[in-house]
Ligand binder design. Sequence first.
Ligand SMILES: O=P(O)(O)O[C@@H]1C[C@H](O)[C@@H](CO)O1
Length: 298
Amino acid sequence: MCLEETVMGDDTPYPFEVIKESADYLLSGTQHRPKIGVICGSGLGGLADQLDERDVFPYESIPNFPVSTVAGHAGRMVIGLLSGVPVMCMQGRFHAYEGYPLWKCAMPVRVMKLMGVSHIIVTNAAGGLNPEYKIGDIMIIKDHINMQGFAGDSPLRGRNDERFGPRFPAMNNAYDKNLIAMAKKIVADMNLTNVVQEGVYVMLGGPTYETVAELNMLRIIGVDAVGMSTVPEVVVARHCGMKVFAFSLITNQCITQYDTDAQANHEEVIEVANIRKKDLQNLARRIIVNMSEEYQES
Ligand SMILES: O=P(O)(O)O[C@@H]1C[C@H](O)[C@@H](CO)O1
């Protein structure tokens, strides 16, 4: 194996210099200097279309970037202004089931970091496992269960580069308490309290949806919503010191009984995301404006 394959192979996260090349490319292509990054989940990329004065970078044009392969993930980085606040939005993300190692799924977070991003909003579509959740609810993520971590995989696996963060990052308080409190005030102000929940997210590898037995097990260990993303991005964001706010759109009810012919499916996920997108975009916009006030004060 040649040196390049050793350095750039799927076993090893990209070195600092490779991430910097992607960051420098984006910085040279835009006047904006965002401190807030957004990762848009399945069907939730419409927020990026709302940015003013936007610069759009298809993933295949960005050096060292993976490409999106899933319906509902456009596959472009959009940088611009939202209510006057500079933001960079990933309109589409990378999932482990597409064949990417966890570090590659989360690699854009490091690119954001080297571009100056200090706050990140991570969104996803998820199945509601908490029996009180309804389709269309928004779950503010207060914690996660890192299933891949249990099995010895992590986006931080491999040699640690201290320029990104420490070897052993803490993961309690991964989801910033002040940002959650701020979001709850906005939710109340928008009269959305009855559709907003706060709970625990689990990432599974997918692409299969879960069996009844798996879902019943996950409920017992404290899971409220089930998805196939987000955790690697949050782990990498916390490793490099970003403040994280995350939410799930509950697009389907997890099926925890055997006596039904209903089945989870991606079409329903996209459809529900489509129906709820206006509220989600308004919520994200207001959170972003408040976040920008926070980083200006700090
Ligand atoms: O990118 P997210 O986590 O929003 O996408 C969810 C998980 C799977 O990719 C897909 C399943 O329908 O939606």
